[in-house]
Design a protein around this ligand. Sequence first.
Ligand SMILES: [Mg+2]
Length: 256
Amino acid sequence: MTLIRHTFDAGFLVPLQTLVQNATTMKYSAIFIDFDDTLIDTIQDTQNTVEAIYTDHRLDSFFDSFEDYYENFFRPNTIAIWHLYEQGLITRDELLGQRFRNTFKHLPEIEAESIEKINKDYLARIVKATTLLPEAKDLLDYLKGKYPLYMVSNGFANMQYTKIETAGLEGYFDGVVLSDEVGISKPDRRIYEAALAMAGVPADKAIMIGDNYKTDITGAHNAGIDQIWFNPRKIEASAFEPTYMVDSLAAIQHIL
Ligand SMILES: [Mg+2]
């Protein structure tokens, strides 16, 4: 782990009384936050990267259009392999290997070597595609110093740390909990238990912020952790109502 550990430098400037008041009035003593599609626009970044790969590797000779390629082949396969990974049915390396192998499996004319080349190019580009969502930086600036902040992500170590750096977010997190390092993915409660252990707080003193109802919200809920569902598309909650729901990151500042 290469992240800079948080030092409580602001503490010297804050009168002790304020700190004591905060300690007694603040409900939460640690914030957990998802990364992809909560802080950075992974859906759009992925689509842009996949389109650049499509153009540069001349995939247009195999598909009707980019939309056909993306909607009917790349995206359904990506969703399927991530689902398998989140259930612990495939490993990280299998996921990385299957992304394009499966996408092109109906095209025997694309050789394994070319697929490998495309995959490598994709991985090199995707870690540099880290468009911050509107208000993400403002939210992190607001939370930093007020709470210890932990990223809880199903991303892969070698990619997520590069993405954090590319996005300019290294200074914000007291710790990073990755499925890849813990060996368990969200929504499994054990990744949340690992986050609680890292933060050194009980479940009722932590809150999880994330965009994904299943992995972030249900996972935290099952671990006894309150949740803020960042739900800009206003999807209906299916099983239970999250502790809080917001349609903008800015709204979180009214909760925490
Ligand atoms: Mg997410």
